[in-house]
Write a new protein. Structure first.
Length: 184
């Protein structure tokens, strides 16, 4: 029999109120309080804090506080990744951001999802779908990256875009919902 945490990590329906999941969230909230109070810390001190909680932090990765996430341990940042102020990562399952990807302020990466039917939603169960962002991408300010989306290497997501579907490598997408734009 799987625990609720094992079900969550596998992307299956799980109970977000299960004690072990609540304990992980509380631990993350305590860590976030420390991390978000680190504005005056050196980059090396902030990196050490990131290494305490995140699944992976590549060399030169920067996360500017304030930062928000559910668990932290499902976030994987490549080398030279830059997350600007007020990024939100709902990481009930893996959220991976590739090398040298630049992320504007207020961007949200949302792996948490909910059943589509009202009856099933009433149960309070949730599930997750992984989010994967390739290397050398640029995600503009205020963009929303929805559950299950993969963004290919070198792609550009315009500011304020809502990305509901996969983005091809090298593509530029803008709007709500985000759609491919012809290169200039």
């Amino acid at each position: 029999m799987q625990t609720q945490k094992e079900r969550m990590l596998a992307g299956e329906l799980y109970d977000p109120n299960a004690p072990e999941i609540q304990a992980d969230q509380l631990a993350c909230h305590a860590w976030l309080a420390r991390y978000n109070a680190s504005m005056a810390a050196t980059p090396a001190q902030r990196r050490e804090l990131l290494l305490e909680r995140l699944g992976a932090v590549g060399p030169g990765a920067v996360v500017r506080p304030p930062f928000h996430c559910d668990y932290g341990f499902n976030i994987f940042l490549g080398e030279g990744v830059f997350l600007n102020f007020n990024c939100v990562v709902l990481d009930v399952v893996r959220v991976a951001i590739g090398d040298r990807t630049q992320v504007g302020p207020g961007v949200q990466f949302l792996s948490a999802d909910h059943p589509r039917g009202a009856q099933e939603r009433r149960s309070g169960l949730e599930f997750g779908r992984p989010v994967n962002v390739g290397s050398d991408c640029w995600i503009g300010a205020g963009a929303l990256i929805l559950p299950g989306v993969t963004i290919g290497d070198g792609a550009l997501v315009g500011a304020g875009s809502v990305v509901t579907r996969d983005v091809a490598a090298g593509a530029t997408v803008v709007g709500n919902p985000a759609r491919a734009r012809a290169p200039r």
